[in-house]
Structures are given as structure tokens and as C-alpha cells.
Write a protein that binds this ligand. Structure first.
Ligand code: NAP
Length: 367
């Protein structure tokens, strides 16, 4: 293990999202894991003994013997990735931020705090300006940055290129969400096989009332002014392992021609892609022209960084709204751990983890 990289910890490392962090951090050009943390039930055990690894491919060999720590500050790292359940995330993440760590969190607990960025690097990188305000207001030397819910992430990734050109005013979305979104072991097989569960607790509220408006909102130097758009969401759990499919109808302030929508997606080159961040897919949004795509099993890993792109297809006129199309995205990669990882890369590249970390990342890029 190189000692020149930026040291990071994973909170909740034994869980579904925590394992994804561990997998995605393996061989990362900028980051190396210096600590794995879990509940007091697992602390003191070897990672290989406490973690029921359920991802394709082996647990990274060099981490098998790493002894799990409790989720308390004190270890050598500049940044921590949090995959903690919402019941415990608030206090633990705040303790880490107060102790000087940068916290990139998957949990919902701080997403709606006025001074906490809810970030998709392609969509609202300027919201990182909230970090100075957060640190001052809370007296922290570290900070918390969050990423949105998995279904919101891909919906807004597809809408953002259209919103900046034509102004999205109304959205109607029906989600078909994979079982891995409920963690492991998640929904019981008796509930989901041969079935669709037409309810996911809290999901519709997040998509309708909170996350899209903040993500597409404007940072005015002191606060984020929420975007003015109306959404209606129907969220369903379907018997798919990974990959959320969303059927979307959209109305715009200025109705574009169908070709202009395709052009907006094709020409989309946001900051994360221009900076060539290590986990940024090129392109960020992929349009599939075949009439029966995207499909979860076939397309969830499409693109240059598997699981990080948003895949769209079946763009056509909508008799109720202006246009309708499908959106597909990997829920535990870009929708969870990968989203946080890309956030961390933007944070480092933009100097929010300090000039030394930014210079180190630049030097590792060149090397
Ligand atoms: P999970 O599989 O239940 O894993 C939870 C992890 O947190 C485990 O490592 C567990 O350690 C640890 N933990 C539990 N209670 C703790 C406590 N009191 N103190 C310290 N550590 C504790 O959960 P998950 O599905 O990975 O989800 C993690 C977070 O990501 C949640 O907030 C979830 O809402 C969010 N999220 C999940 C997805 C998804 O697709 N699954 C997508 C987006 C966001 P032990 O093994 O020791 O119990």
C-alpha cells in the first residue's frame, strides 16, 4: 500500500453500501483506506470475520486482516465515507466533522440542513461554497457533504442538462427500484418474488418535496435558493437486483424540439467531466437509441466507469406533458457509494480538503 495517498476511513464498512466503498476504493489513484469502522458489535474483529461480503469479486486481500474500529474519531485519515444507518448517522457524522475530518455521507440525516451541500458534482458543484458557512456556523474544522437518494440522483442527472437550457417546470415519475436499494438482506424474497411492492417508505416525499429543488437550486453566496419545479413520484420496489429504472414525463418553461433534448444530453460536459475526476464517467449521460432500452440487467454498468453514468432512452412526445423518456442508473454505485466517492474527488480537486491534498491529487494524476 502506497503511503503517499490521501488517507480515508469507511464508517459502516460491513454494510451493503460500506462494502461498495471498500470495493470502489481499491486501487483508487488518490485515496487509500486507513480505517474501517462499524458498530460496537463488530469492532475488534477482523474485517473478513465481521463482514458478510456479498459483492462480485473478492474482498480486497490487504483489508481482510484489518481490525474494525468503533465509529469514533481518532484514527489517521483526512476524510471519512459514511454508510451509517440513519438511526446512528447524525451524532457520529457530527463528531467526525467537529474533530476535523471531511465527511462524505450517504445517509439522509443532514441532506436538508441549510448549511450542508446536497451534491451531485455534475449538477451543483458551486454548492460546495456552503462549506465555509457550515464550518463557521458550527465551529467545525471538518465538514459534512451529502449525496442524494439513489432514485433522485439519476433523475436529476438526466434532467439537469435539460433544466439549464429549457427550464424544467413539471415532472411526473414512476420508479421501478431494485431490491439492493433496501440494503442487505433487504426485502424478503417471499415479499418480492412474483411481485411488485408499490410502496417505499419516505421515498416519494424525498423525490417530490426536498431533494430535486435543493439540487437544482441556486447558491447565492450565503444560502441555496430552492428551484421552482413541481414533481409527482410513484415509487415501486421490483424484483431486480441492481439498477433503478424510472419512467419520466417532463414539462418545460420553454418547450424544446425533440432533437434539442438529444443535443442537450449529447453536448453535456459539466465540471466533473472537464476536470477528468477519476470516477467521473465520460459522458455523464448516455442516450440509447434502441426502442427497448435501457434495461437494468443490460445497461446498469454502461459507460467508462461502470455504474457511474446515467442512461436514458425512449425519448418521445407525451400527450399530457411535453416529453417522456426512461432513466436508468445503478443504485448502489452512483446512487450511493460512487456518488460519495465522486463528491470526495470534487472536494479534493477544488481545494476544500486543503491545498496539500489538492496538490497531492494533482501529483498523483501526473504520476
Ligand atoms: P446496512 O447494510 O444495514 O449497513 C449498516 C452499517 O452501519 C454496518 O456496517 C453496521 O455495522 C453499521 N452500524 C449499524 N449501527 C451502527 C451504530 N449504532 N454505530 C456504528 N455503526 C453502525 O445499511 P446500508 O444499506 O449499507 O445503508 C447505509 C446507509 O446508506 C443508510 O443510511 C442508507 O439509507 C443509505 N443508502 C443506502 C442505499 C442502498 O442502495 N442500500 C442507497 C443510498 C443510501 P455492523 O455490521 O457492525 O452492524
Amino acid at each position: 500500500m502506497s503511503s503517499s495517498k490521501i488517507k480515508v476511513g469507511v464508517l459502516g464498512a460491513t454494510g451493503a453500501v460500506g462494502q461498495r466503498f471498500v470495493q470502489m476504493l481499491q486501487g483508487h489513484p488518490w485515496f487509500e483506506i486507513s480505517a474501517l469502522c462499524a458498530s460496537e458489535r463488530s469492532a475488534g474483529k477482523r474485517y473478513a470475520d465481521a463482514c458478510n461480503w456479498n459483492l462480485r469479486g473478492d474482498m480486497p486481500a490487504h483489508l481482510r486482516d484489518m481490525v474494525l474500529l468503533e465509529c469514533e474519531p481518532g484514527f489517521d485519515a483526512e476524510l471519512v465515507f459514511s454508510a451509517l444507518p440513519s438511526e446512528s448517522a447524525t451524532a457520529i457524522e457530527q463528531r467526525f466533522a467537529a474533530a476535523g475530518y471531511g465527511v462524505c455521507s450517504n445517509s439522509r440525516n443532514h441532506r436538508y440542513d441549510a448549511d450542508v451541500p446536497l451534491l451531485i458534482p455534475e449538477v451543483n458543484p458551486e454548492h460546495l461554497g456552503l462549506l465555509e458557512i457550515q464550518k463557521q456556523r458550527r465551529g467545525w474544522s471538518g465538514f459534512i457533504v451529502t449525496n442524494p437518494n439513489c432514485s433522485t440522483t439519476h433523475l436529476i442527472s438526466a434532467l439537469h442538462p435539460l433544466h439549464v437550457r429549457f427550464g424544467v417546470s413539471k415532472v411526473f415519475v414512476v420508479t421501478m427500484q431494485a431490491v439492493s436499494g433496501a440494503g442487505y438482506p433487504g426485502v424478503s424474497s417471499m415479499d418480492i418474488l412474483d411481485n411488485i411492492v408499490p410502496y417505499i417508505s419516505g421515498e416519494e416525499e424525498k423525490m417530490e418535496q426536498k431533494e430535486p429543488q435543493k439540487l437544482l437550486g441556486t447558491f447565492d453566496g450565503t444560502q441555496v435558493r430552492y428551484a421552482d419545479l413541481v414533481l409527482s413520484a410513484h415509487c415501486n420496489r421490483v424484483p431486480v437486483r441492481n439498477g433503478h429504472l424510472e419512467a419520466v414525463s417532463v414539462e418545460f418553461k420553454d418547450k424544446p424540439a425533440q432533437e434539442e433534448i438529444l443535443q442537450a444530453w449529447a453536448e453535456y460536459q459539466p465540471l466533473a467531466q472537464r476536470l477528468r475526476l477519476p470516477s467521473a464517467p465520460q459522458p455523464a449521460v448516455i442516450y440509447l437509441a434502441a426502442q427497448d432500452r435501457p434495461q437494468p440487467r443490460l445497461d446498469r454498468l454502461a459507460g467508462t466507469v461502470p455504474g457511474m453514468a446515467t442512461v436514458v432512452g425512449r425519448l418521445r412526445p407525451d400527450p399530457l406533458f411535453h416529453y417522456k423518456f426512461l432513466v436508468l442508473g445503478h443504485n448502489t454505485i452512483r446512487g450511493a457509494a460512487g456518488g460519495s466517492l465522486l463528491n470526495a474527488e470534487l472536494i479534493v480537486a477544488q481545494g476544500y480538503l486543503g491545498s496539500t491534498a489538492a496538490a497531492l491529487a494533482r501529483s498523483l494524476e501526473v504520476a
